[in-house]
Design a protein around this ligand. Structure first.
Ligand SMILES: Nc1ncnc2c1ncn2[C@@H]1O[C@H](COP(=O)(O)OP(=O)(O)OP(=O)(O)O)[C@@H](O)[C@H]1O
Ligand SMILES: [Mg+2]
Length: 309
């Protein structure tokens, strides 16, 4: 992202003093929304997630960063009930969540979007939105027999969907099939849909990936707005400039583990983070390994981001 695409409405107000005591991986937070302990997930011989302890601060924007394959998406899948851990437990707003399926997690107010968008192509944009509403009265057998109750609710849901679509500049497309949207519009739709359920925690897996630069600014503003509205955001992102710009707190994963965390500026100067991006390629001829090149690129981005402040 170029510096020209940075916000027109000035630098965002950062939330500070989120942690308690010395900043080490797993540091306690003043008001954690998620507290996870000993969460592991293995695939065959590979340990994709191995998180001893982590706390996500409430009503703040936290970025989860780390090289490709670090386990970020897998950790998201576990926290949202889309996958089951081998070991571990965690709480969301104090409620134990391990083993709770994804639809119930969403009803409790913890929603997520996907690295590869999951908009339903053969439904219209509006119908995709309606699927995001929770606790629909029509789903209840008894209420389903009383059409005047659910018709009223249906109208309310539709009004709310249209309001959100307008906010995300998708209202003119409400009758179009989701398949006809661009990659960036699908990302916006997914985010708008997530908001249909009035969540308290919004988890975004690479919200900027594949988004046209013309849309990145509005996406950034939407994410900042969520915090203003009292929500908590946890997002995975490779774009370090965006991380630095909007995150209040950064958590770094590498090889399944939390290797560093802290406010963006401090984290990006942390040697453990630069190490994580170099990964296990230290002693290899980096020029011949495409993975390593990607990691080096990410690290350079980190360092560049540093220079620009
Ligand atoms: N369903 C699966 N079966 C086997 N291995 C998997 C599966 N899902 C993830 N993995 C492996 O687990 C590791 C972590 O993957 P994950 O997708 O969580 O990484 P990530 O940090 O999200 O990476 P990226 O930044 O590329 O999205 C990788 O080595 C990946 O190949
Ligand atoms: Mg991922």
């Amino acid at each position: 992202m170029s510096s020209e695409s940075m916000p027109s409405r000035g630098a965002p107000i950062k939330s500070v003093n989120l942690h308690i005591g010395e900043i080490v991986p797993g540091v306690a937070k003043v008001a954690p929304i998620i507290v996870a302990d000993n969460v592991t997930r293995t695939f065959g011989g590979l340990t994709a997630v191995d998180v001893k302890h982590v706390e996500i601060p409430r009503n703040a924007i936290t970025a989860l960063i780390g090289p490709n394959g670090a386990g970020k998406t897998t950790f998201f899948n576990l926290l949202t009930g889309f996958d089951k851990p081998n070991t571990g437990s965690w709480t969301f707003s104090g409620k134990a969540l391990a083993g709770i399926p994804s639809f119930k997690v969403a009803r409790l107010g913890q929603v997520r979007t996907f690295q590869l968008t999951k908009a339903l192509n053969l439904l219209t944009v509006l119908d995709n939105m309606k699927l995001g509403a929770r606790g629909q009265k029509g789903e209840n057998m008894f209420v389903a027999l009383l059409p005047w109750l659910w018709r009223k609710q249906e109208a309310q849901i539709e009004a709310k969907a249209m309001e959100l679509l307008a906010k995300f500049k998708l209202d003119t497309k409400s009758g179009d099939y989701a398949a006809s949207l661009s990659g960036g519009q699908r990302k916006l739709l997914e985010m708008a849909r997530a908001l249909m359920s009035d969540p308290t925690l919004v988890m975004l897996d690479e919200p900027m990936a594949g988004v046209n630069p013309a849309l990145t600014q509005s996406l950034l503003d939407h994410i900042l707005d969520l915090k203003t509205l009292g929500m908590t955001v946890l997002f995975v992102e490779h774009d370090m400039q965006m991380v630095r710009h909007i995150a209040d707190w950064v958590i770094v994963m590498a090889e399944g583990k939390i290797v560093a965390e802290g406010p963006p500026d401090a984290v990006m100067q942390n040697p453990a983070v630069i190490d994580a991006y170099l990964g296990s390629h230290h002693d290899q001829d980096l020029g011949e390994d495409p993975d390593a090149e990607e990691n080096i690129h990410a690290m350079k981005e980190l360092l560049n981001a540093d220079d620009e402040s």
